[in-house]
Structures are given as structure tokens and as C-alpha cells.
Design a binder for this molecule. Structure first.
Ligand code: ATP
Ligand code: MN
Ligand code: MN
Length: 376
């Protein structure tokens, strides 16, 4: 009898925007290994190798089966020699010696800790590493370091911020954001984006898009929201970035460009009274027992003009790799430039309007991919 091939490797696209990637990852063993390699190359500022491993991780996340033999990856895109070697090691030995080397590497371990602090990137990590620092504890103890306001907050709330945000916490913060925004703009649309929109049940922060469908524009909305939270004692940190959007300007062709929306990177105080014992439940007793009844939570708020909202939603929903591939696909396959503000057709020399994410995929000639299938 003829064998029906259930899976045709050569039909798998090199672009994650042409694949469906849910949170069911059958190849975690491999993708975790690739992500360690990618991160180590990021710390070494080797963007090419970093992307190679991120693309491979993303590809294996989209496979509907677990890779168990080298034959399983035959004909697949995004699998170069470096990647193949690690897959082979893991299949044969159960783990990769190259990955283990990285995991035990002093520099990798220090950078991993440093970059887990809000406001700390590769550049700062490099500086601290050269100074001989190795752990966050050592950084905290060093009183001579010149820290930015963001890094100070990152260290101050470190424990809360490294413990991930749960779905329940995201829902609680979502209510706060919606209530506050609606006291100033009752018709405003507040949407949770980022990992939570993709169906994840944990995250490192909570991302929100805010837009106003009505005729009323309010440039002061973000400032009003922030001021109210300050008054209510809910704001632990905030960095407001004003809009730098220029109409008619062509979208940036850089694959990892920041967008030009007015936004705010904040840390909110989320109260979560832990009344687990009847001996200690008044606020006075809580204070006396020094039981902290709140958690610091990282929140990103982005304000978008209504007509750019679908593009902003697509960009901020991510994943980062999915967004990168969408822009790469637009540029290389369609001669179009995509960013969080719009889509420019270089052949027709026009901006393509879209009222929904579906319309953006249609402009690009792509099948629609649901948010929960964008976990590339
Ligand atoms: P996590 O659960 O770790 O938060 P996430 O997917 O929500 O995962 P974020 O870093 O919050 O990751 O980013 C969400 C999306 O927004 C990503 O697609 C990212 O590319 C985009 N993004 C993040 N920061 C910016 C920024 N400053 N400008 C433009 N886009 C950004
Ligand atoms: Mn996020
Ligand atoms: Mn974010």
C-alpha cells in the first residue's frame, strides 16, 4: 500500500510567520539547548550565530512531533551544521557537551544574572564583569557603582521581578489598568498583548496597548494615568517615553527597531494580602510582622493612534521571533516594509491601511496566524 506522508519536511517554511507555533513544544530538550547557545552568542554580541540558534529553536517548536532520529530533521530549513551537531549529541548522549560548557561558563553565568535585572543589558553586564563582579548580590553590595534610575529600581525590586508574573496577577493588573484608563477616557480600548495574548500563563512583564476609537484624542492620557497611580501609592517606578512618530516617514528597515509610540515602562505595586493565618490579618499586624502584602510587577503601557492600532497589536503580541520573521518576510518576499506603525509597499509607493491583524496578513499574502500560534 502507498504510505501517506503525514509530514513533509521540505514544505516547512523558513519563516515562522508561515508556521503555526503553539505552546505545545515537543522538542523542549532541543530548543532549551539552542536558546542557551543563542543567549551566549547574544552576550558575545555575535548576532549572526545568535539568530541562527533562535531560528532553529523556533523551527523545532513548530514541529508536530518529537525529534528522535537524525532522519527526522532531514530536509528542514534553519538547521545548519552547528545546530545539527547539537541535535546529534542530544539524540545520542541525552545532553550536549557544548551546551553544558556554556552553562558552566563563568562569563555566561554572570551575564545571565546581570541581564535578569531590569535596566541591565549586555553593555552594563560587560562593564560589571570586567570589574570582577559575578553575581547580583555582589552588584547590590557594591556601593561605588553608578546606577541608572531604572537599574536602581531593578535591584530594589529584584526578587519580585525575577519571580514571574502569573496569569492571575496579569488579570488583576489588567483590571487596574482598565479602570484607571476609563476614568479619563471611558471609550478607550485597553488590550493585553505580549506573551499573555499568546496564551502563556506566565510572563516577565505585562504588556498593554491603549487606543481611543472615538474622535477624542488625549495626549495627556498616559500622564494622567501615571499621576493617579502616583497619588494612590501604586507606582514604584516609571519611565515615560514621548512619541517620536513622524508621519510620511518610511518605516525602519532594521529588524529589531524600537517603535515610536508614546509608552511607559513601569513597575506597579500589586496588593495581594496573604491572609493565610487568622493570627495575622490586620494591616497593623502585617506591618509589625513585616509581612509584605504586595508584589512589584513590570508593566509596559503603549499608547497608539487608532489607525495604527492593528500594526501595534501585531508587533506587541510577538513573539519577538515571529515579529522578526514577519518583517523579514515582508522585505524579502514582498518588497514591503513592516513596522509597528504600518506597512509600506515599495513597488506601489503607498502605505497599506489595515483595520485588523487579519488585513495585515492579507496584505502580506500570508495565511492568518492566531495569536496563540505565534509562540515562535
Ligand atoms: P514575556 O513573557 O517574557 O514578557 P513577551 O513575548 O511578552 O514575553 P516582551 O519583551 O514583553 O516579551 O515583548 C512583547 C513584544 O513586544 C515582543 O514582540 C517585542 O518584540 C515587542 N517589544 C518589546 N519591547 C519593545 C519596544 N521597546 N519597542 C517595540 N516593540 C517592543
Ligand atoms: Mn511581555
Ligand atoms: Mn514587555
Amino acid at each position: 500500500a502507498l504510505e501517506m506522508p503525514a509530514f513533509i519536511a521540505t514544505k516547512v517554511s523558513q519563516y515562522s510567520c508561515q508556521r503555526k507555533t503553539t505552546l505545545n513544544n515537543y522538542n523542549k530538550k532541543f530548543t532549551d539547548a539552542f536558546e542557551v547557545m543563542a543567549e551566549n552568542y547574544e552576550f558575545k554580541e555575535n548576532e549572526i550565530f545568535c539568530l541562527e540558534f533562535l531560528r532553529a529553536a523556533s523551527l523545532l517548536k513548530s514541529l508536530p512531533f518529537s525529534v528522535t532520529r537524525m532522519k527526522d530533521i532531514q530536509g528542514l530549513p534553519c538547521v545548519g551544521d552547528q545546530v545539527r551537531d547539537i541535535i546529534e549529541e542530544i539524540i545520542e548522549e541525552g545532553e550536549s557537551s557544548r551546551v553544558n560548557e556554556v552553562l558552566n561558563d563563568e562569563r555566561y553565568k554572570a551575564f545571565k544574572q546581570f541581564t535578569s535585572v531590569f535596566g541591565v543589558g549586555v553593555k552594563t553586564s560587560e562593564k560589571w564583569y570586567r570589574m570582577g563582579l559575578r553575581t547580583v548580590e555582589e552588584v547590590k553590595a557594591d556601593k561605588t557603582l553608578k546606577l541608572s534610575k531604572m537599574q536602581k529600581a531593578g535591584l530594589l525590586y529584584y526578587e519580585d521581578l525575577v519571580s514571574c508574573v502569573s496569569k492571575a496577577e496579569a488579570d488583576a493588573v489588567s483590571l487596574i489598568v482598565k479602570n484607571t484608563v476609563c476614568t479619563f477616557l471611558p471609550d478607550a480600548l485597553v488590550t493585553i498583548t505580549g506573551g499573555f495574548r499568546r496564551g502563556k500563563n506566565i510572563g516577565h512583564d505585562i504588556d498593554f496597548l491603549i487606543t481611543n476609537p472615538g474622535p477624542r484624542e488625549d495626549d495627556e492620557l498616559l500622564h494622567k494615568v501615571i499621576d493617579l497611580w502616583k497619588k494612590q501609592g501604586l507606582l514604584l517606578y516609571c519611565d515615560i517615553i514621548e512619541s517620536t512618530f513622524v508621519k510620511e516617514q518610511l518605516p525602519s528597515r532594521k529588524v529589531d527597531a524600537m517603535d515610536h509610540f508614546q509608552k511607559c515602562f513601569a513597575i506597579l505595586k500589586l496588593y495581594q494580602p496573604r491572609v493565610d493565618n487568622s493570627t495575622c490579618n490586620t494591616s497593623e499586624q502585617l506591618e509589625m510582622a513585616e509581612v509584605k502584602d504586595w508584589k512589584a510587577i513590570r508593566v509596559d503601557l503603549v499608547i497608539t493612534p487608532f489607525e495604527q492600532y492593528p500594526y501595534a497589536l501585531l508587533g506587541w503580541t510577538g513573539s519577538r521571533q515571529f515579529g522578526r520573521d514577519l518583517r523579514r518576510y515582508a522585505a524579502h518576499e514582498r518588497k514591503m516594509i513592516l513596522d509597528n506603525h504600518g506597512l509600506y509597499d515599495r513597488r506601489k509607493r503607498i502605505f497599506l491601511k489595515a483595520g485588523s491583524e487579519e488585513e495585515i496578513f492579507a496584505h502580506l499574502g500570508l495565511d492568518y496566524v492566531e495569536p496563540w500560534e505565534r509562540n515562535a
